[in-house]
Structure formats: structure tokens, C-alpha cells
Write a new protein. Structure first.
Length: 753
């Protein structure tokens, strides 16, 4: 393969950059390291490992440009700089093989030390990650990126590399590649730079992304800004000067920050507010930070003083400049849900320009800047909460303090030791707790996929359902129509979501199998011309060692007990109860309608319809308007067709039926036990918290003789409401279920409808 060649211009820029960087690094970059790097670069070029990218850029020159950004604007030192240069000389096409990567890293470790090799390993792992063609705009991908990086310097190098790439591709003809790189800079690297406090790089990434993706909007705003950065800074100083004098005169301790909104920020405001450039009032922003002295250990008194001094500063500013009352934002009286406290006002400054002024104390500023994701949530960037923001803020604080990057060697990313991130074949990314299996993944995709899962493929390799997932795995699920959930699956899955779905599926299977088994048993009895007495059957079930009828029918379904054995035992029990040696023919149910004829007659000789599942000779059905179930107070209504509809006494239609058709209303009551399953609908309202639906369904799945038919949940403004349809056999079960659902944290109301 032909040796890689530099152009004359590239070679001149390379030498200039190398001179500049070595001078900047001084003794931190020994000459021996430079010689080793030159030797490795020459070897890589001789072996054909150095190739221009899709934009035709020289990778070694790009590495030096990136190194300059990392050194001058971020503060990386020797290990990070060398890692940037080494990564540019690697043959990436064979680094995805674990053995090849380990061999190469071992060599680099000997030459440059463990820290450098560790950073290179992180860069290589991320290169491999990108080869999976992931959907990179997801929040999960950013988390996976961070977990793969392991060392925070890898993230800083990636940001520097993307800034440099965005600078170099201005005139490229590769439009599609340019679009993809710009989109990633906008929704992946700019938010990372923001979290790290690298505001200048963040703004540059955002502005360049806008320039490449929305060319007309970028140049329209740039032209309308109508002033250089220096003139805008001068305007801010003219605004601040008089304010500073008045604040000092009032005896306040403070400092003031001034800034001009970036082109990207202005464009985002224009889109959000659906207005033209002229409709954006706050092109300039001033931040007044009050240095309030604590009032001893009394936090309440200190807070009161903070609020008072902020309003005092507000009064001074609005006395000097005309405020726009419609633009007042008071987050002092009522802070935002994320803890953000500040006063925002927009005033008409010199030259009749609108300026946004933010007033807060040092404590409030610290919460806004470094409080748990407060600042970036305020700015519209989602935080992932917990450890990731704490880790990023530690780095950010160290950068702002100007600490040596050697101190930051201690910041290793151990945040994701309890989490794994895995891909679908399409590049979608999902997060699971460590220990999750292929079966967990299947149930996360869809309940039907989980119920029929027979195994999977991880990175193209066939694996069983119990295979444990690891970060970066690409998982494909294999299913079969004949597969059914099994009880031992509960020991395979790791997530509560999968366990809940398996329990629910097992319960539904048990009910279905139980119905089929009952039908089979009844058919066999009928074939033998034996009429079944429910009381005798109940005794038979107990004699066979079953406490619940559902367990008995499940045993028949699973062929743990033979049907012929059941019939023989039934006949034996029947003979014992009737003192017969042989079973006598059972009277036909057509001879009577009621189990207890006396119970059908109430005082005053009024007829009472006794509803029982064995009731014959009467055409009756349960009304759909009120869905009565066993245990509800009920009445019957004779329809025009001669049948009887059973209504709850609390049915919304009851008053009208009694008023207009009183002569067709008959008394009714339940008899026997609630052996049938009835459908009821429950209305649930509560706070829209994470996991609340799972908590609700988990309670239902644990209830005996209750089966969930459907659930429909809508959420709005932090609340959820929805309908839950379940099958129960009596009001007592329903009332017990409602009582348990009301105990779920976040549930405010549960009613039957």
C-alpha cells in the first residue's frame, strides 16, 4: 500500500502546530516522547494505517489541531495529548478484535505508560461503539458513551475533536456526512461541553451546527446582530457602569457578569416564541450576583436576607432603567421544582435596547450552576440525575479552579457499575440494571415478545434466554409461536417489570387452562351420563388434596391427575354422602329453579328472583350499564322481549326505571357463592410518578381470583388518570382490591364506575 503523503500546506501547518504545542507544554512533554510519536507516525504511514477520512482530512494534522484545543482551551496535559496523537495512527479496521487491541495497548503501555494507554483504550472502545450505527440522539447513548470512556479525559478529547472537525468541514462537498457530524455536535457534544462548564466550546459547537444545518437562519441572525463582539461587550459595560455605582452606594456586596446571547440561542428563542428577530428583547443578559453574609446558623434568617437584598437590587435596576412588567419572572417567592431561585427582569437600557437582568445570590447561583441538573434543565437540556451529574460537576469544578489535570486522574467513571446499556438491531438503546438477561430484554420490547421468547443472538452469537447482558451488546430476540411462559422464568429475569409481566401471563394461562380443563372434565362426566353435583364435586376436590378449585383444574390441565381418577373419586364421595353403594341418577335441574324454594318467597308474598349460576328456566342477563357483580344489592327488570336484566340498586338508570316502569321491576338477590367472574371498571387518579403503573399492576397480579383485562392511563400536568378493567367474583374481592390500590404511593382516588 502506498505511503500516506502530506501536502506542502499540511506539512507547514503540522510543523507550526508541533512547535506551538511543545512550547506550550514545556518540560511536561519530554523530547523522548516527541521522538517516539514521530517514529510511530512514520511506521503507521509506511504500513498504510493512516488514511484520510470521508472529508479528505489528514488525520495526523487533525490530531495536532485537536491537541492544541485540548491543551489551550481545556487544560489537558501530557497523557491526554499523547493519547490524541497515538489514536490518529491506529489501524481502526482491526481494533475491534479484542486480541488485537490488547496487543497494541500493551505495546503503548510500555512506551508511554499506563495512563496514556488507558485513555487510548477509551477512545478505541468508543470507535467500536460507533460502528454499531446507534441512534445517537437518545439520552441512553450519551450515558453509554460515558461508561465506555471510563476516563473523563476521553470525554474532553472527544469534545475537542468534534470542535476541530466542525471547524475543518466548512467548505466540504460531503453534504450528508457534514449534516450527520453537525447533528451529533448539536445534540450530543454541545450538551456535554455545557455540563463540563466549557461554555466557549459549547457555544462554538452550537453556532457551527446552526451554520451548517440551517445556513439561512444563521446568516440572517448574524447580519441582524449588526455589531462585532467588541461593540456588544462595550455596550454591556456601559449598561453595567451606572448600576455598579448605585449598588455600591446602597452598601451591597456583589459582582456582575455580562454576556451576549449566541446566534444559536437567539435562533432557539425565535423558534420557541414563534417570532422574528426583532421580537427578541433580551439579546444581552446581565447577571448580578449578591454576596450575602450568612446570619449565623439561622438558615431561615439568611434566606430572608438573601431575598430582601435581591429585591433591593431589583429596585435599583428598575429605578435606573424602564422595566417590561410582562417579562418579570419571580422565582424567589416560588422557586422552580428543580430548586432554581432567581429574579429575571427585562429593562430598556441605553440606546433603547432590551436587556435581560438576572438577580440572585451566590448560593442561588451555585445551585443554578452546579445544583443537580438545575442549570441545564432550566436551559432545556435534560439531566440524568444522580451520579452522572455529580461526576461531571466534579470535573467542571476542577477545570474552573485551574487544577492540574493530574489531580483529576482520580476521576474514573465507575458510575455505571450497576447499569448496562444494550442495542437493538436497529440501533435503539435501552438501559437495564446489571444482571439483566436476554429474557428481561424481550419483555422490555413487548409482553408478547417476552411470552414467546426462546432465546436470542448477542453480537450475532446464539444464546439462551438466561444469558446475562453487558454494555454495548447488540441483542436480537428469537421467538416461537408454541412457546409459553414458565414459572422458573421468574428466577431467570432480573427486572421487576419482567417479573410482573411473567406473573400476569402465568395467571392468565392458569385461568385459561383451568377453563379448558373444567370443560374437558364436564364433557367426560357427560359421556359417562353422570350429572355433576357442585357440592359433591367440592368435597371430591378436597378429598383429592386440593384447597382451591383453580389448583385442581390446573393439575388436570398439566396432566398431574387423570380425569378417570377424578370420576372414580367423585362416585365414591357421592355414594358415601347418599349411603349408596352405587351412584343413583341425579334429578334433572329442569325439575326446579331454586336451590332453596323457601328463600324465593319474602314477606307479603312478594316474589324474589334468586340469582344463581345454576338458575334454569329463567332468561336473565347482567345489565351492561352498571355491571352488577356477586354481592351487589340488585333488582330485576323485565324487558320487552320477556327476558330479565339484572341491575345494581345504585344503577344510574334505576330511578328512571322505577318511575316509568315500576310494574316491570322485580325483587332479586344473589344465592350460593360468587363462583363466576364479573367484569368491573375502576377509575384511578394520582400523581404521574415513575413506576406507579407497575406498582398498580403488581398488586393486581398478586391477588387470587382477580384477572386484569385492560388498563388505559393518560397523564397531564403531573397527574395521571385512567380506567382499569378487572375480573372479580364478588364485591368483597373488589372492595379489598380498591383498599389495596388506595395504599399505593401517589394514588389519590380509586372508584368503581
Amino acid at each position: 500500500m502506498e505511503r500516506f503523503r502530506f501536502t506542502k500546506e499540511e506539512w507547514q501547518e503540522t510543523r507550526s502546530l508541533l512547535t506551538n504545542i511543545t512550547a506550550r507544554m514545556g518540560d511536561d512533554l519530554p523530547k523522548e516522547d516527541i521522538k517516539r510519536l514521530e517514529r510511530l507516525a512514520n511506521e503507521a504511514m509506511d504500513e498504510g494505517q493512516v488514511q484520510r477520512d470521508v472529508f479528505g482530512l489528514n488525520p495526523i494534522l487533525c490530531a495536532l489541531q485537536t491537541a492544541k484545543i485540548a491543551v489551550e482551551e481545556i487544560g489537558l496535559r501530557r497523557d491526554g495529548l499523547i493519547a490524541i496523537m497515538l489514536y490518529a495512527t491506529l489501524a481502526h479496521d482491526n481494533m475491534d478484535a479484542e486480541e488485537a487491541m490488547d496487543r497494541k495497548l500493551a505495546h503503548l503501555r510500555e512506551e508511554f505508560g499506563e495512563a496514556t494507554a488507558h485513555i487510548v483504550r477509551g477512545l478505541v472502545r468508543i470507535h467500536i461503539l460507533y460502528q454499531k450505527s446507534p441512534v445517537v440522539e437518545s439520552e441512553n447513548f450519551r450515558n453509554l458513551l460515558l461508561s465506555f470512556a471510563e476516563d473523563m479525559r476521553v470525554i474532553l478529547i472527544m469534545i475537542a475533536d468534534r470542535v476541530n472537525l466542525m471547524r475543518q468541514i466548512r467548505d466540504t462537498k460531503e453534504v450528508e456526512a457534514k449534516r450527520r457530524v453537525s447533528e451529533e455536535a448539536s445534540y450530543l457534544y454541545a450538551p456535554l461541553a455545557h455540563k463540563l462548564g466549557l461554555y466557549q466550546l459549547k457555544s462554538e459547537l452550537e453556532d457551527l451546527s446552526l451554520k451548517y444545518l440551517e445556513h439561512d437562519a444563521y446568516y440572517m441572525i448574524r447580519e441582524k446582530l449588526n455589531a462585532t463582539k467588541q461593540s456588544r461587550d462595550a455596550y454591556i459595560e456601559r449598561f453595567i457602569g451606572p448600576v455598579r455605582k448605585q449598588l455600591e452606594k446602597a452598601g451591597l456586596q456583589f459582582h456582575i457578569k455580562g454576556r451576549t446571547k449566541s446566534i444559536h440561542s437567539i435562533w432557539q428563542k425565535m423558534k420557541k416564541q414563534h417570532c422574528e428577530f426583532e421580537g427578541i428583547y433580551d439579546l444581552f443578559a446581565i447577571r448580578i450576583i449578591i454576596e450575602t453574609e450568612p446570619t449565623g446558623n439561622d438558615e431561615r434568617a439568611t434566606h430572608t436576607r438573601e431575598v430582601m437584598e435581591c429585591w433591593q437590587a431589583y429596585s435599583i435596576v428598575t429605578d435606573m432603567y424602564q422595566p417590561n412588567p410582562k417579562r418579570l419572572r419571580d422565582w424567589l417567592s416560588v422557586p422552580k421544582s428543580n430548586g432554581y431561585e432567581s429574579l429575571h427582569i427585562t429593562v430598556l437600557g441605553p440606546e433603547n435596547k432590551w436587556v435581560e437582568v438576572q438577580i440572585r445570590t451566590e448560593r442561588m447561583d451555585a445551585i443554578a450552576e452546579r445544583g443537580l441538573a438545575a442549570h441545564w434543565r432550566y436551559k432545556g437540556i435534560k439531566g440524568d440525575g444522580g451520579g452522572i451529574d455529580e461526576w461531571l460537576n466534579n470535573i467542571r469544578t476542577a477545570l474552573e479552579a485551574g487544577d492540574s489535570l493530574e489531580v483529576m486522574d482520580q476521576f474514573k467513571l465507575g458510575l455505571y457499575e450497576d447499569e448496562v446499556f444494550v442495542f437493538t438491531p436497529k440501533g435503539d438503546l435501552f438501559k437495564f440494571p446489571k444482571g439483566a438477561t436476554v429474557l428481561d430484554f424481550a419483555y422490555h420490547i413487548h409482553t408478547g415478545v417476552g411470552n414467546s421468547c426462546v432465546g436470542g443472538r448477542i453480537n450475532g452469537r446464539a444464546v439462551p434466554i438466561r444469558e446475562v447482558l453487558h454494555s454495548g451488546d447488540q441483542v436480537e430476540i428469537l421467538t416461537h409461536n408454541n412457546q409459553k411462559p414458565k414459572r422458573d422464568w421468574l428466577n431467570i429475569v432480573f427486572t421487576s417489570r419482567a417479573k410482573s409481566k411473567i406473573r400476569l401471563a402465568l395467571k392468565e394461562l392458569q385461568v385459561k387452562d383451568g377453563f379448558l380443563a373444567k370443560e374437558t372434565l364436564e364433557r367426560r362426566f357427560k359421556n359417562k351420563k353422570v350429572d355433576v353435583d357442585e357440592g359433591t364435586m367440592a368435597h371430591t376436590i378436597k378429598k383429592l388434596g386440593f384447597k382451591l378449585a383453580s389448583d385442581f383444574y390446573q393439575a388436570i390441565a398439566e396432566e398431574q391427575i387423570d380425569v378417570n381418577t377424578v370420576i372414580e373419586k367423585y362416585q365414591e364421595v357421592y355414594n358415601q354422602e347418599h349411603n349408596n353403594n352405587t351412584p343413583v341418577p341425579v334429578r334433572s335441574a329442569e325439575e326446579f329453579n331454586y336451590e332453596n324454594p323457601d328463600a324465593a318467597i319474602a314477606k307479603g308474598n312478594d316474589d324474589v328472583l334468586v340469582i344463581d349460576k345454576d338458575l334454569k328456566g329463567v332468561d336473565y342477563s347482567l345489565a351492561k350499564c352498571c355491571h352488577p357483580i356477586y354481592g351487589d344489592p340488585i333488582f330485576g327488570f323485565v324487558t320487552t322481549g320477556g327476558g330479565i336484566k339484572i341491575h345494581r340498586t345504585e344503577c344510574p338508570n334505576a330511578p328512571e326505571l322505577r318511575k316509568r316502569f315500576g310494574y316491570r321491576v322485580v325483587k332479586a338477590r344473589w344465592s350460593g357463592k360468587g363462583a363466576s367472574q364479573y367484569s368491573i371498571t375502576l377509575r384511578i387518579i394520582g400523581n404521574d410518578d415513575i413506576g406507579i403503573v407497575n406498582n398498580i399492576t403488581s398488586i393486581i397480579s398478586k391477588e387470587e381470583k382477580i384477572m386484569m383485562r385492560s388498563i388505559n392511563i393518560d397523564s397531564h400536568d403531573g397527574l395521571f388518570s385512567g380506567n382499569l378493567v378487572v375480573m372479580v367474583d364478588a364485591t368483597s374481592k373488589m372492595e379489598a382490591l380498591i383498599k389495596k390500590l388506595r395504599t399505593v404511593k401517589g394514588v389519590k382516588q380509586v372508584t368503581r364506575i
